[in-house]
Design a protein around this ligand. Sequence first.
Ligand SMILES: [Fe+2]
Length: 236
Amino acid sequence: MTRQAKPDRRHFLRGFAFGAASLYVPGVYADVLTKTPRQTEGPFYPNKLPLDTDNDLILINDRITPALGVITHLTGRVLKTNGQPVNNAVVEIWQCDNKGVYFHSQAPRAKTIDPNFQGYGRFLSNRKGEFYFRTLQPAPYIDGIQRTPHIHVIVKKGKKRLITSQMYIKGHTDQILNAIRNKKARQSVIVPFKAVPGSKIGEVSAHWDIIVGHTPNDPTEAPAHPAPKKKNARYF
Ligand SMILES: [Fe+2]
């Protein structure tokens, strides 16, 4: 098997052009973008970080064997509602593997996680607010409740948490997504996963802009909560 290159910032900037130019025009302060709705952090933010925490969740450190599943190139930007990019924001994502298993010791079937899947990654947004991850197309899972495929995200700037949310694949839904009552807000977390033209291994790409408010550290942010221990507990 040929060694796959670890994606880095250069690869990201070179390989994935962002179609739309930045919406931000200095001096224009109108709030034109829909603020990304908060979603629960859920119980599976890693309770111990993986050995590797970079933005390539497909390969752990220098290993050669990639994680199993559909490789997904996730690009996006962290922007304020007026379009101003948020640079140097730490974007963290975590998600289940190809079989719906999280990198968390208390997660259902935790010991069966794909040993080559990193499960968690982080990236520092650049001056345009851009971020990039190479990850898997998330799988659905049933643990207490049926969850449709989703990727969890936390964005921090310095010590402040700007937002906790989840992104979804267009065409899939569940009750956690539908709990976002405002249609425009709900649609803002649903992203089309598109086939990468010419990919021989069926890679897909997705682009998600995360829109945060002007005032970071939303006081209504829901606190993290531990994994439920009871049988038939509700997981998400
Ligand atoms: Fe989840």
